[in-house]
Design a protein around this ligand. Structure first.
Ligand code: SF4
Length: 432
């Protein structure tokens, strides 16, 4: 989401005549787009700011701005805590950046952290930063109305709002016309996308939007992230089954496998309900990859709760997970209501068990693919060698295969036979 937002910011500034540089030491304006989801993310931002300070000390005219969730959370307090920051801008106020920069140029500190009920930046065509020219993010909604008790997002990104479907389709079509072959529809909770197209007198739900994007071209792959398990409907699953170019992959964050903890987290589902959702996905889209987010050591978590988490991971057979120890965030429901009472060493040990299990599950899942053929979209050279291509299967698995004499290019679809695998990568050979 932040990556996508940075592209919107680049576009807003581009129109004002600013250009991007890869070397921040030569920049007159440095904007740091920040995340508040865990304390560690915030520590990283503060460390980064001390790096900037060294440059700014020798270059007094340089302006430093902080964008995103941490800006929203700390507001003008940021200016007191980090003296070198000149501009603080929340996620809904990026349009005001040019004015804020002008203000900061006069030596004043500039702040805009107003949250909006309708800002979606629908009309802004993002400047693609660091693009591979094949895959792109397209923001379809902003904010979140769920109040998961551990999460700071509803406070930093505000109420949920969906972007105009017409502008989403235009952005996706333009990307396809410019050679892109995969779009990822982005939002905090994409499945609750809901837009009324008054011109056509049509309600566009997420499953409808998916189909509309899929119909742009069978050569355009469509992904989406993130789904809240409670909102992913059979309609969405049926749309996936109906269109081959809607990728067989769902990120379905479980967070915990214990019903008691899920209730404290305010996730609104039980362990049985979640398992039934996994069953439903496997029934309607049998070849679907599933990944998850898992939190170790949430408030009051017992060994039994932790065992339930391990069990639901095994049951779901995740291909991949993002796994973290619980990090208490100021202002959240959990911080106000529950004690962060699981000792750090226990949190850490549980996380290790979760990570080890996920590693085994990922390897098992990859081993099952050895001997099979997959259509792979080439994204570029493999990280390790320019002699190999790197691409992905529809299930979002990374595939590496030798280029040899074949005449493929980035953005081509290639059939690849999988010969071997590691826990993170499928290794194959193109079938020609
Ligand atoms: S669904 Fe829950 S975890 Fe996800 S952004 Fe919304 S509040 Fe946070």
């Amino acid at each position: 989401m932040n990556f996508s937002d940075s592209e919107i910011v680049a576009s807003i500034l581009d129109k004002e005549g600013y250009g991007a540089t890869r070397n921040y030491a030569e920049a007159d304006l440095v904007l740091l787009n920040t995340c508040s989801i865990r304390e560690k993310a915030e520590q990283t931002v503060r460390k980064r700011l001390t790096e900037f300070k060294k440059i700014k000390d020798g270059k007094p005219g340089m302006l430093i701005g902080v964008l995103g969730c941490m800006a929203e959370r700390l507001k003008s307090k940021f200016l007191e805590e980090e003296q070198l920051v000149d501009i603080v801008v929340g996620p809904d106020a990026y349009r005001s950046l040019p004015v804020l920069v002008e203000e900061a140029e006069t030596g004043q500190k500039a702040v805009n952290v107003l949250l909006s009920r309708d800002e979606t930046y629908a009309d802004i065509s993002p400047v693609r930063l660091d693009s591979n020219g094949v895959t792109a993010f397209v923001s379809i909604m902003r904010g979140c109305n769920n109040m998961c008790s551990f999460c700071v997002v509803p406070f930093t990104r505000g109420r949920e709002r969906s972007r105009d479907a017409v502008s989403i389709l235009k952005e996706c079509s333009d990307l396809f016309d410019n050679g892109f072959r995969e779009v990822t529809l982005l939002g905090q909770n994409v499945d609750s996308y809901y837009f009324i197209d008054e011109v056509k007198d049509e309600i566009v739900t997420f499953s409808k939007l998916l189909e509309k994007v899929a119909l742009i071209s069978p050569l355009l792959r469509v992904r989406f992230s993130t789904s809240h398990p409670k909102d992913i409907t059979d309609d969405v699953l049926r749309s996936m089954r109906k269109h081959k170019n809607i990728c067989r992959y769902i990120h379905l964050p479980v967070q915990s496998g214990s019903t008691r903890i899920l209730q404290l987290m305010n996730r609104t589902y039980t362990r049985e309900w979640y398992k039934a959702k996994v069953d439903r996905i496997r029934e309607i889209v049998p070849d679907c990859g599933i990944s998850s987010d898992v939190i170790a050591g949430f408030c009051t978590e017992t060994e039994e709760d932790h065992e339930h988490t391990l069990e639901i991971m095994r049951y779901s057979g995740y291909d991949m997970s993002y796994m973290f120890v619980y990090s208490e965030r100021p202002g959240t429901l959990a911080q106000r209501r529950y004690a962060d009472d699981v000792p750090p060493e226990i949190k850490k040990r549980r996380l290790t068990e979760i990570v080890e299990l996920q590693n085994r599950l990922s390897l098992e899942s990859n081993r099952k693919d050895v001997g099979k053929d997959f259509e792979v979209l080439i994204e570029g050279d493999s990280k390790r060698s320019s002699q190999d291509w790197m691409g992905r299967t529809t299930q979002n698995k990374v595939v590496v295969f030798p280029k040899r004499e074949s005449n493929y290019h980035k953005g081509d679809y290639v059939m690849v036979k999988i010969k071997d695998c590691t826990q993170a990568t499928l290794l194959g050979e193109s079938k020609d």
